[in-house]
Design a protein around this ligand. Sequence first.
Ligand code: PMP
Length: 367
Amino acid sequence: VALAQPGIRALRAYDPGLDLVALRRGFAEGALVELGSNENSHGPSPAARAAILDSLHSLHRYPDPLGGDLRRALAACHGLEPAQVILGNGSHELLMLMGQVFAGTGRGVVSSQYGFAVYALAAQAAGAPWTPAPARPVDDAMPRGHDLEALLAAVGADTAIVYLANPNNPTGTWFDTAALADFLSRVPANVLVVVDEAYLEYVTDPALTSAVPLLARFPNLAVTRTFSKGYGLAGLRVGCLLADPGLVAVLERVRESFNVNLPGLAACEAALADHEHLAWVRRQNAIEREALADALSARGLAVSPSQTNFLLVDFGRDAAPVEAGLVARGVVPRPMAGYGLPTCLRLTVGVRDENRRLLQALDEVLA
Ligand code: PMP
């Protein structure tokens, strides 16, 4: 440890909490209701599965180091040039890569207090100071959500990157596109603003649209997207970053050449083309999200508004026994103590039967 750079010395390795693999062994195939990781309970497009099988003939070959076909498809889908797209081993890799490239000693990172945990990690791994900006209050319309004014106030002369998730994990909250445009026009042009749109496919509020069209106005903007959520391909680990070609070119200098694997490239291209499947997932999630939020609220629980595929639920008391009770009944939530929210659990919106089993288990635990 003493040999590591100071930022890394203070870090601890990722703690997955529960041993899911061991837990699954105790249940019949598919019987465990896994609502801890904001995965897509509906699964990927059948076309993506077929593309993976097809790609297996070429497993002895390296994947395309430039991910050309998928980059072109993503560029076309967002109205951009392929030079504005870089692929990652999940968007997680790209979030970390930006820390490595743009932050560092004396070049800090700003994110919201309850922003996605990887932003602080990206700062620490780069040896960069991390400044959390206070979140919105609990009784706000967007409880614990991003406070764009507080984020602006936290930006200083040494700030290199501001990371914002919209909508945000773990809160599920969001801000509208007009507010983001205003924020971008007020942030100094030498600060990189990363808008993480991991959950954008799940958004139903018409006031929240992708930040991608703002790239034309703000060269210091980068937008990340992922195939892990709406496209249901978390197991393949593919994400992308959309930005100014100059910014992408700098990131390309340190990107590992074969960071996206062969089945991943093939499957994501197929998934991107299957508009019908994505539309179905979005519809199902919107219906189930509303029904689950209503059912939880009806039980007197505080449910944060969400534009994602998960709900942050505040039990108003230590949530650890609730978590343990759910797990004992074969339902896996995500504890929030690591985020400084020990009274909350985060629950992925499942398919209808999973949500029913969640509510049943919760009723037993809370009885
Ligand atoms: N951003 C946010 C806000 C997330 O919640 C996640 C995953 N939980 C990611 C990025 C990373 O996702 P992936 O690496 O699978 O693309």
